[in-house]
Design a protein around this ligand. Structure first.
Ligand code: GLC
Length: 740
């Protein structure tokens, strides 16, 4: 409708109706029978509040959403449609690799296409807003939500953030896209010790340089919504942080969309000790400019009273309600509350062959080859392969945040290999993802009977181990598919032990005594500690949770249909004790190389290496690409100029390569000391067999600026080091200067 009509609508709404637009509830409140006493009592809100609710969480599907829309609009005095929002984090029905794997593609254009596809599917099923991308920078894989993030680096996450937001929103005008809700604002990934929901505390320099850029990239790409974090930043909960939401997000960055809390995070303001009670929480969240209260009773029960006793201006309610109505109007919901969804459209759009092909292509580029002794891989396809392990024929390859996906749609590794090598493949599970019933019970949400099914009795376990050893003895190569329990990854999945489960390592050790070649496939939602399995394995592939076509992608790499091009978007530690461990660290006054001290008195551990097992940006391909002739066109640049960087790549192999050229820099001297390296640019280039290519980067001087402890961006003249290479460790270096 036209703006004037929308203004008239707002003016005609009662205070109760306006408050209703600021409430979001989950699906159980809107069963078709409308019998949701349990949740109502538990949340402590009225049926009236439910009837007037303005948005609904995680209810999707053409039929269901149309029925819900009809029911709820009939209860609205002005027939205002509800806004439907869902967790579409890395796919809707066609599931892509987890975002940590999407980051490992270093291919923003491809990821934009993936998110456009996810937006098409979610919209076809009636959804309007997707709670993604999650772009929280994370330096600590003890945190389960590393699964959801593109990784540890502000620049890489920013490129992915922009691509994901753009992809989601590309087809919005045709009701075939999603409003992108970037999250979690801000710096949730900085939770101390990787402990879920813990506090994040950092300097403004660290915040603006290492955590904020991906959110700003989402705002610059036009994301329609921002979700606040469950955690505190420097002692203030993101959900009610007026400085963060008003001064930074709205005034500095110019964000003019909707601000939604995370799940119950308004209610949790009292738990944090930031609000005295729900009334105080409502006041503080509204003062900070939070528009929608997700799944908490606070706005529903407290806003009316605050307005009526004069503590809260109705103007704030009107402003928040206006933003909600504006978004509904922008989506055309007043004219078409169904957003064009239909069961026919759903069937036509979801999980098509083309979309399967796309997620396979993304997974092909997300897999990271970590080890390949004596170029064992790719296999020729003529070998007799013994496929063993809990993930060998496992459908659950989509990870815990693939909320609307179905593991049954997945292609397993076994299915994919059978298509290619048929009878030369033998299979035995060998062992389970986990045999630790206590640990599984401790996760707190797996039904007891399911745990009994997940963990066989000792006799069965022994029998399947024997079976695995037997087929291994009769094979040429063992492909051992292991990894992390999907239940242990994602939200509330913090853990202190990042090793593979003992039973998986034990069977590997037995297999290693057979003198066969071993390829380990690691399925996980985070970097695991693999330092205790590198010896036993000839090759190691990091598969992440690779998505609906994960099995095909793994077979593509194993059998050489493609040369793996994935590069780690997060550091793999040698041991958990090193965490948080990331490449963009400071030098310290006693670095291990170049300090005036040696031996004990340098920055090191006395009981473990300080270096990672595999560094940020690392990954192998079949055949090698060589870098030479790294030059900068100018030895020095003014602050208004750009530096031109040139490097020549040679692909001396017969493989079609996709090589990610990574460019890092170091500011030698700065008033706030700078990391030894910081990613500033990258290009994923195609290299035909036996070819070479000159690659050029134009880097504006402002890219070499840093943030000071007032949160101000500064560029100081002086010498800089520029590094170019295939990862953050193996680089060539050239110096340049920024002059006044
Ligand atoms: C969860 C998550 C958030 C998600 C929301 C809705 O607690 O923190 O990422 O979008 O609730 O499911």
């Amino acid at each position: 409708m036209r703006e004037k009509e929308l203004r008239d609508l707002l003016a005609d709404m009662s205070l109760e109706e306006k408050i209703g637009q600021l409430i979001q509830l989950s699906g159980e409140f809107f069963q078709s029978k409308d019998i949701s006493y349990g949740p109502i009592q538990k949340l402590g809100i009225s049926q009236k509040a439910i009837d007037l609710t303005g948005s609904v969480l995680n209810v999707t599907g053409a039929r269901v959403t149309k029925e819900l829309q009809d029911r709820q609009m009939a209860k609205q005095p002005h027939n205002i449609p509800v806004l439907l929002m869902a967790d579409v984090i890395y796919g809707f029905k066609t599931i892509f690799p987890i975002p940590l794997g999407l980051g490992a593609t270093w291919n923003p254009e491809l990821i934009q296409e993936a998110f456009r596809t996810a937006g098409n599917e979610a919209a076809a099923s009636g959804n309007h807003v997707s709670f993604a991308p999650m772009v929280d920078v994370t330096h600590d894989p003890r945190w389960g939500r590393t699964l959801e993030s593109p990784g540890e680096d502000a620049y890489l996450n920013s490129q992915m953030s922009r691509a994901m937001v753009t992809g989601f929103q590309e087809d919005l005008a045709d009701k075939a896209g999603q409003v992108s809700c970037v999250k979690h604002f801000a710096a949730y990934g900085g939770v101390e010790a990787g402990l879920e929901y813990n506090s994040a505390d950092m300097s403004l320099s660290n915040l603006f340089q290492n955590y904020m850029p991906p959110y700003q990239a989402a705002v610059d790409a036009g994301c329609g919504m921002v979700m606040t974090s469950l955690s505190t930043l420097n002692g203030v909960p993101g959900t009610a942080d007026k400085w963060l939401l008003q001064d930074v997000l709205k005034k500095q960055w110019g964000f003019d969309g909707l601000l939604i809390s995370d799940y119950a995070s308004v209610y949790e303001l009292t738990k944090h000790g930031f609000a005295a009670d729900d009334r105080d929480a409502a006041q503080k969240a509204m003062d900070a400019g939070l528009d929608i209260d997700m799944k908490s009773p606070v706005y529903a029960n407290e806003l009316q009273g605050l307005v009526e006793d004069g503590s809260l201006s109705v103007d704030k309610i009107d402003a928040a309600c206006w933003r909600v109505l504006e978004l509904k109007n922008k989506l055309g919901l007043f004219e078409d509350p169904y957003f064009g969804t239909s069961e026919e459209k759903e069937k036509l759009v979801n999980l098509t062959a083309a979309k399967r092909k796309l997620t396979r292509k993304v997974a092909d580029e997300a897999l990271v080859l970590l080890q390949n002794k004596n170029d064992l891989l790719p296999l020729t396809g003529q070998e007799k392969i013994a496929l063993i392990g809990p993930y060998a024929d496992e459908k659950s390859l989509i990870g815990m945040w693939a909320v609307h996906g179905d593991p049954a749609d997945c292609v397993t590794i076994k299915e994919a290999l059978e298509e290619e090598i048929g009878e030369r493949l033998s299979y035995a599970k060998g062992t389970e993802v986990s045999l630790d019933k206590e640990k599984l019970r401790g996760l707190g949400f797996i039904p007891a009977e399911e745990i009994e099914q997940m963990v066989p009795d000792e006799q069965t376990e022994k029998k399947q181990q024997v079976e695995a050893i037997k087929i291994a003895q009769e094979s040429d190569v063992i492909v051992y598919a292991v990894g992390e329990n999907s239940y242990e990854a994602g939200e509330a999945g913090s853990k202190t032990d990042l090793h593979l489960p003992e039973n998986q390592v034990a069977l590997l050790n037995d297999l290693a005594t057979l003198g066969k070649k071993i390829v380990l496939i690691n399925v996980s939602g985070r970097p695991l500690v693999l330092s205790n399995v590198t010896e036993q394995c000839d090759a190691i592939i990091q598969a992440w949770f690779p998505g609906t076509e994960g099995g095909h992608a793994i077979a593509d790499v194993l059998l050489g249909k493609i040369s793996p091009s994935g590069r780690l978007s997060m550091t793999f530690p040698y041991t958990e004790g090193q965490e948080p461990l990331y490449y963009a660290h400071l030098s310290t006054g006693r670095p291990r190389q170049g300090s005036q001290h040696v031996g004990r008195f340098v920055s090191r551990y006395i009981d473990a290496p300080a270096e990672p097992l595999y560094p940020f940006g690392y990954g192998l391909s079949y055949g090698k690409v060589n870098y030479r002739d790294l030059t900068v066109k100018q030895s020095h640049i003014q602050s208004t100029e750009s530096l031109q960087v040139n490097v020549t790549l040679t692909n001396a192999s017969d493989w079609q390569q996709k090589e990610t050229v990574q460019v890092y820099f170091h500011d030698d001297v700065a008033s706030v000391v700078q990391p030894v390296k910081r990613l500033v640019a990258f290009k994923k280039v195609r290299l035909a067999p036996q070819s070479e290519q000159k690659v050029t980067f134009e880097l504006p001087a402002e890219k070499f600026s840093f943030y000071d402890n007032q949160g101000k961006q500064v560029l100081e003249p002086g010498t800089f080091q520029l590094f170019v290479g295939a990862n953050s460790r193996d680089v060539q270096k050239v110096e340049f200067e920024v002059v006044k």
